[in-house]
Design a protein around this ligand. Structure first.
Ligand code: G4P
Length: 284
C-alpha cells in the first residue's frame, strides 16, 4: 500500500469514516507492528474508539524479537488491553481470533442470549497505520470462497461484511490511522521498519539511528552480518557507517550504503528485532 501523505483534511475524513463504522461493529482489531508496538500506534486511538471493545493485534511478529513481544503483550494486558501477536503470512488462524473476540465480548453476548436474541456473528473492523498489515490480515482471516456476506443495514454504501467464520465477520474497509511522529526517534523507527517511506527522512540519519540501536541491543547480529572486528565497535556511529560504505564497495556514497543497511534490517538480515523496548516504556 502506498504511503499516505497526511493532511488535516485527510485525517478528519479518516476519523469521521472510522467513527461511522464504529457504530456497526462489536469490536476493534487495532493492528500494531510488533517491531514498533508504540511508534505504530496512533495516540488518538483510545479517544476515537472510546468504550468500544478492543483487541491489539501485533502483526509481523515473525520479524520481531520474541522476548520483547512477550513483554509487550504483558504490558498491553497491564493496561487493560488484550493483545496477541501474529504472523499474518503464516500462522494466524480465524479460530484463535474468534475465540479471543468471544471472550472479550462474553458479557455482551451473554446478555443477548439471556434476552433470547438469536445467536449472531461478531462484527469487527481492523484499524491501523498504513503498511501495518491490515489487508494481509484481512485476507488471511477471510475465507475467500464465501467472502461476501452482502449488504447489511448500517454499512456505508460500497462496504461489505466479509465472512471469516460462522461466528466472525469483518468489515471489508479497514480504518486507516496516521502515524504520529513529532519526536525524531519515533520517525526514525517508523522509517527503519518501512512504515513510512523514506523520502521524509534522510536515509543516513535513519542508518545512524539503526547502527546506534543495533550496537546497543543486537551487537552480535551486526558483527556477524558485516564481519565487524572489536576495533570497529570502538568507532563512532558516523565512522562505522563510512567503514561499511567502503566495505560495500560504495566509496564515499554513504547515502547508498545507508539505504542498503536499512534494507538489510527491514528484510530481517540482521535477525529479529524490536525497536520500541519494553524497558523504556512506563507501565500505565
Ligand atoms: P496495510 O493494508 O495495513 O497497508 O498493509 P499490507 O497488508 O499491505 O502489508 C504491508 C506489508 O507488510 C506487505 O509487504 C505485507 O506482506 C507485509 N506483512 C503484513 N503482515 C505481515 C506479517 O505478519 N509478517 C510479515 N513478515 N510481513 C507482513 P509487501 O507486500 O512486501 O509490501 P512492502 O514490503 O513492499 O511494503
Amino acid at each position: 500500500m502506498a504511503t499516505i501523505q497526511w493532511f488535516p483534511g485527510h485525517m478528519a475524513k479518516a476519523i469521521r469514516q472510522l467513527e461511522e463504522n464504529l457504530h456497526v461493529v462489536d469490536i476493534v482489531f487495532e493492528l500494531v507492528d510488533a517491531r514498533i508496538p508504540q511508534s505504530s500506534r496512533n495516540p488518538e486511538i483510545e479517544r476515537i474508539i472510546k468504550e468500544k471493545p478492543h483487541l491489539v493485534i501485533m502483526t509481523k511478529s515473525d520479524l520481531a524479537d520474541p522476548e520483547q513481544t512477550k513483554n509487550w503483550i504483558k504490558k498491553f494486558k497491564a493496561q487493560g488491553l488484550p493483545a496477541i501477536a501474529v504472523d499474518s503470512k503464516a500462522n494466524i488462524t480465524t479460530k484463535t481470533v474468534t475465540r479471543i473476540s468471544q471472550s472479550i465480548l462474553a458479557e455482551k453476548l451473554d446478555n443477548e442470549h439471556q434476552k433470547g436474541l438469536k445467536e449472531r456473528p461478531i462484527r469487527a473492523i481492523t484499524v491501523g497505520i498504513p503498511n501495518v498489515g491490515k489487508s494481509t490480515l484481512l485476507n488471511r482471516l477471510v475465507n475467500k470462497r464465501a467472502a461476501q456476506v452482502g449488504d447489511r443495514p448500517g454499512v456505508t454504501k460500497g462496504q461489505q461484511w466479509l465472512r471469516s467464520s460462522s461466528k466472525l465477520q469483518l468489515l471489508d474497509t479497514p480504518g486507516i490511522l496516521w502515524p504520529k511522529f513529532d519526536d525524531e526517534e519515533t520517525g526514525q523507527a517508523l522509517a527503519l521498519t518501512g512504515a513510512i517511506k523514506d523520502q521524509r527522512f534522510a536515509s543516513d540519519d535513519v542508518a545512524l539511528y539503526a547502527l546506534k540501536f543495533f550496537r546497543q541491543y543486537y551487537p552480535e547480529e551486526l558483527q556477524k552480518r558485516y564481519k565487524l572486528t572489536e576495533d570497529d565497535f570502538e568507532l563512532s556511529d558516523v565512522d562505522l557507517l563510512l567503514k561499511l560504505t567502503k566495505q560495500f564497495g560504495m566509496k564515499d556514497d554513504y547515502e547508498r550504503a545507508s539505504d542498503r543497511l536499512i534494507l538489510d534490517i527491514r528484510k530481517g538480515k540482521l535477525g529479529r528485532y524490536t525497536l520500541n523496548r519494553t524497558d523504556g516504556v512506563a507501565d500505565e
